[in-house]
Design a protein around this ligand. Structure first.
Ligand code: MLT
Length: 401
């Protein structure tokens, strides 16, 4: 579940000559909210008990609206990265009277011991703050001016995993773990997961260029590309841009058509919602369609993890992805030309965003494509049916290796 929300009142002595909450006082309120959060969890002395102190290494803050004396601000906090000795908290403050987003801040902490040496984040704190979102400390690579997080595992021919919206590379954790004999590469697309989220510069072309730059950086000449949903749209863009480098396609819970006029309008209202109410509102709206109802009942912790992944997505990354999807080209004309690229189409039997009928129709248009409908999964087949997905992908890879 999300961490406790903390309500704090703005006092006149925190305001500037114009009567606005002063920017430096705002930083102090973010800190107060963090202490309150600890007080309602493992205790304010959790770090002292472990002789470890979190030192702020980097702080970024974006002020979106003014607050005035007497306003009550509601602070929400969320873990967005967790390493061995460091973690990053994203906090948002909203005015309670009208729910307006007033500021979003991100703090990178490094835990240090009494001698000032980096030391492990106390497990007691980690347990409170939530499971690690990414599973492992990411590698980082800067491509096209943006720092991207990625996991790289194993040796052998390459398979590149591209996640959907608004998600992160960790949706492929089972496949990353299990597909030995392959060099598994899973990046966070710009604006999502632990990758940097520039304000502008999003599009299918940019995502694809980032991935090509990652392949170049890793010295990967040819690769299988597995794309889930928006990751599938990126996979089609990769085919358009560097077809000779693609030795196989795994299209998961995705479609080839461009957005309809209605869908384009929905992208715009979702962007507005993200701007006004933040990523948590997007996560609330999307969760019911993301995972199958059965998944939610069987594994509430998984549904909670998906919510947290979505809610941790930076707002610029959400808005950027929405515009990239809205403006993406139609890829249906590409399908009949894919006969020379072995293709597996996977879809959750209960996927409501890209339903099985659409996946079958897409596979029918790709010469030689194999389609598998995975029972018990919604729109996030690799997470909801991890073993079945891995088995299908493994068999597919064995055929093309
Ligand atoms: C995704 O999962 O990537 C998105 O739901 C795709 C979309 O909205 O078209």
């Amino acid at each position: 579940m999300p961490l406790p929300e903390i309500d704090l009142t703005v006092y006149p002595d925190e305001c500037d000559a114009f009567g606005h909450l002063n920017q430096a006082s705002f930083l102090a309120l973010f800190e107060r909210a963090r202490w309150e959060m600890l007080a309602r969890g493992p205790g304010m002395d959790v770090f002292t008990r472990h002789a470890t102190w979190p030192a702020v290494r980097k702080a970024t803050i974006e002020y979106s609206a003014a607050a005035y004396p007497g306003d009550v601000l509601r602070f929400s906090q969320m873990l967005v990265h967790h390493g061995r000795t460091s973690f990053t908290l994203r906090q948002q403050a909203r005015r309670v009277r009208d729910d307006a987003l007033t500021a979003t801040a991100e703090f990178l902490f490094v835990c240090i011991d009494a001698q000032g040496r980096p030391t492990q984040v106390p497990a007691e704190f980690t347990t409170f703050i939530g499971p690690r979102l990414s599973g492992a400390d990411a590698r980082r690579v800067t491509v096209n001016g943006v720092s991207l997080a990625l996991d790289v595992r194993g040796e052998g021919p390459a398979i590149l995993f591209v996640h959907g919206y608004p998600l992160a590379r960790s949706i492929w954790s089972n496949q990353m773990e299990a597909l030995d004999g392959w060099r598994r590469i899973a990046p966070d697309l710009r604006g999502m997961g632990e990758s940097e989220a520039p304000d502008l510069g999003y599009g299918m072309a940019t995502y694809a260029e980032d991935l090509i730059a990652i392949l170049d950086h890793l010295g990967v000449e040819r690769t299988v590309v597995a794309g889930l949903s928006m990751g599938g749209y990126v996979a089609f863009e990769l085919v358009r841009r560097c077809r000779a480098r693609i030795m196989g396609l795994v299209l998961v819970d995705t479609r080839a058509e461009a957005d309809s006029a209605d869908a384009r309008r929905r992208r715009e209202s979702a962007a507005q919602q993200a701007r006004e109410h933040g990523a948590a509102a997007i996560a609330d709206a999307m969760l019911p369609d993301m995972v199958a109802p059965g998944t939610k009942e069987r594994d509430p912790a998984l549904a909670d993890r998906v919510w947290r992944l979505m809610a941790a997505t930076p707002v610029p990354g959400i808005i950027g992805a929405l515009s990239a999807m809205r403006d993406r080209p139609d890829s249906t004309a590409l399908l009949p030309t894919l006969g020379d690229i072995p293709t597996l189409v996977l879809v959750g039997a209960e996927d409501r965003i890209t339903p099985p009928e659409g996946a079958r129709a897409m596979a029918d248009r790709i010469p030689g494509a194999h389609v598998v409908v995975v029972p018990g999964a919604g729109h996030l087949t690799p997470l909801e049916a991890p073993e079945a997905t891995t088995t299908e992908v493994r068999q597919f890879l064995a055929r093309i290796a």
